[in-house]
Design a protein around this ligand. Structure first.
Ligand code: PEP
Ligand code: MN
Length: 352
């Protein structure tokens, strides 16, 4: 349920209503929007008459029931307003959300060695990326495939940030490694295979770094939103929803089916920012540019693109990785679409 306060409601009144509702066994959460203050209520509200809440104060504009099973992540919970995730990076804060330019995440699937990660970081930064991605812990289908360099790769990601100022996004696979991953990561990634790992979701929800939540490969949109709800319920409001393709009946020509329909669907259901990953979504580097452009045209808030200095030699996901040169030209192509939909940074004003 949400309680929408009238404009100009006194703080003391909001606090009084909140503490009264706490005595009813509910957990009130104050959300300060651009125009209104909303108090979100989580708890057993099924039998609660909204009128009883309305009577608490003349400052209450209206009381609405959130009908969806997901509450905190629902768009209704913020009375229709989008949220944003602000990530501090050495190059300055990056805002990810529907009112901001498209944020670009690029880098290799895995961190392989110091030279390749630093070189890739420099190249993707020069092309216009805001974040460097790279796996230290890799979820691989085969136990005999490269599993990532683990902790030492985290050190290399820290060095790449030092060298470029880019924010770092890297995956946590196991709660046992969460502390060391969160120490280096500016955004902690929960991969598709862990989207249903509820104990990991609770743990990333109980730490402070923003979380990139990839869609499980067979997850419905509701299951994915419920996974995000776990993170918010545990206390972390900074979640980005990342579509990375789902399993469908046809895997012959593309690794996955990139579900771009999530853009309008999630937009209507949740206030959380959205990222599209056309690399895992298609599994083929030649299909990545078209889907990246489509994602921007359809309103994505951010993109994740795998880039490798030598895709043919990559230890993981080479076939879907762009070369730095191709990434560079792609960003220029994306700029055309980004500008057309008003989601591209304005060129810095030329000073006379
Ligand atoms: C990745 O980002 O390299 C990755 C393993 O992604 P996903 O969890 O979407 O497969
Ligand atoms: Mn990958």
């Amino acid at each position: 349920m949400i309680v929408v306060m009238k404009s100009g409601s006194p703080e003391a009144e909001i606090a009084r209503i909140s503490s009264e509702l706490t005595t009813w066994g509910l957990t009130p959460e104050k959300i300060v929007g651009q125009h209104k203050v909303v108090v979100g209520l989580v708890g057993d509200t099924a039998d609660l008459d909204p009128l009883r809440i309305q009577e608490l104060s003349p400052w209450i504009e209206l009381v609405l029931r959130v009908e969806q099973p997901f509450k905190r992540v629902s768009r209704e919970f913020r009375h229709g307003e989008a949220s944003e995730v602000v990530v501090p990076t050495p190059n300055g804060p990056i805002h990810i959300g529907e009112k901001y330019p498209v944020a670009i995440v690029a880098g290799p699937c895995s961190v392989e060695n110091e030279e390749m990660i630093i070189e890739t970081a420099r190249r993707v930064k020069a092309a216009g990326a805001h974040f460097l991605r790279g796996g230290a812990y890799k979820p691989r289908t085969s136990p005999y495939a490269f599993q990532g360099h683990g902790e030492s790769a985290l050190g290399l990601l820290a060095a790449a940030r030092e060298a470029t100022g880019l924010g770092i996004i890297t995956e946590v696979m196991d709660a046992a490694e969460l502390d060391i991953v969160a120490e280096v990561a500016d955004v902690v990634q929960v991969g598709a295979r862990n989207m249903h790992n509820f104990s990991l979701l609770k743990k990333v929800g109980a730490q402070e770094k923003p979380v990139l939540l990839k869609r499980g490969m067979s997850a419905t949109i509701e299951e994915w939103l419920m996974a995000a709800e776990y993170i918010l319920a545990a206390g972390n409001p900074n979640v980005i929803m990342c579509e990375r393709g789902i399993r469908t009946f046809d895997r012959q020509y593309a690794r996955n089916t990139l579900d771009l329909s999530v853009l309008p669907v999630l937009r209507s259901l949740t206030h959380l920012p959205i990222m599209i990953d056309p690399s895992h979504g298609t599994g083929r580097s030649e299909y990545v540019p078209a889907m990246a452009m489509a994602a921007i045209a359809a309103g994505t808030d951010s993109l994740m693109i795998e880039v490798h200095p030598n895709p043919a030699k990559a230890l993981s996901d080479g076939p879907q990785s762009l070369t730095p040169d191709r990434f560079d030209s792609l960003v220029q192509e994306l700029a055309v679409i980004g500008k057309a939909v008003g989601r591209w940074p304005q060129p810095a004003a030329v000073l006379a």
